[in-house]
Write a protein that binds this ligand. Structure first.
Ligand SMILES: [Zn+2]
Length: 277
């Protein structure tokens, strides 16, 4: 949804000028800011693409793409040139049509932009470094059958699998807990014990959770907000499990529990989501 918005703003436009206002934002570019600007100036953008927390824009007829690592706080904004600079503006692209600018804003500058070689013969010009990352389940090219088979073949537990970007992307800690609660699955359930219908249902719940989050986040009219970390814009009142320790399960009334899990937390209903034996 946001990708389509960004795509309609940048596709077919030619970069006239590149301003790097903070060198850290282009630290992944081997030649630094000068190299980044030289490779981008004069390039024409194709349609923006997204996979997991990465977003990229192909540079037409070049074999390269501009990749955006948005990190935790990065945003790509399409702004009218008259809009004052954001406090944490790091990179500005101006276009030859003198229309809306593309601005990379990042408070903590964990994210950044870089020009990277694309997979050969790939119509989406996927950057080589992220070609191994799976599509997210809202991507029209996500293959349900392939995912369900891979999930059940994997010797892991179900929450680890949901956070494994080689299997599925776009599902973070919050979305995983919400999907598992809806599917009535414990986070430690071995994926090999899931039936095909259980795996299919879990996937459907993950999609529903992501769509619900998109519906409350997403875009606004004059400032296109793109944040693909997958966990923003989700209001706590919409959550059924995550962050609800001690509160009653909305299905059965049992108090939701929180357990330490891989340096994070897992929230679950001990009644609806029975631990595997
Ligand atoms: Zn319950």
């Amino acid at each position: 949804m946001v990708r389509r918005g960004l795509a309609s703003w940048v596709a077919g436009r030619t970069v006239a000028e590149v301003q790097v206002l903070h060198p850290r934002a282009v630290r992944r570019q081997p030649g630094g800011a000068a190299d980044f600007a030289a490779r981008l100036t004069g390039a024409t953008f194709g349609a923006a693409q997204r996979r997991g927390k990465y977003l990229w824009v192909p540079l037409a007829d070049s074999g390269f793409s501009m990749i955006g690592h948005l990190g935790m706080s990065g945003q790509l904004l399409v702004q009218d040139p008259s809009v004052p600079d954001e406090t944490h503006l790091r990179v500005r692209l101006r276009f030859t049509d003198e229309g809306r600018e593309l601005r990379f804003v990042d408070q903590r500058t964990f994210g950044g932009l870089a020009i990277e070689e694309a997979e050969p013969d790939d119509p989406e010009a996927t950057p080589v470094s992220i070609a191994h990352i799976a599509r997210d389940p809202l991507d029209p090219r996500f293959d349900d059958g392939v995912f369900i088979a891979a999930l059940r073949a994997k010797r892991t537990t179900v929450k680890r699998a949901l956070l494994d970007q080689t299997l599925i992307s776009g599902v973070g800690n919050i979305y995983a807990d919400e999907s598992l609660w809806r599917a009535k699955l414990h986070y430690e359930r071995p994926t090999a014990t899931l039936t095909r219908p259980q795996a299919a249902l879990l996937l459907q719940h993950a999609r529903d959770v992501m769509n619900a989050a998109l519906a409350v986040g997403g875009t606004s009219f004059d400032s296109l907000y793109v944040n693909v970390n997958g966990e923003s814009g989700y209001f706590s009142r919409d959550l059924d499990a995550y962050g609800r320790e001690g509160e009653p399960c909305r299905r059965c009334g049992t108090a939701i529990r929180r357990a330490a899990w891989m340096n994070r937390s897992s929230y679950f209903c001990p009644h609806c989501q029975r631990a595997p034996r």
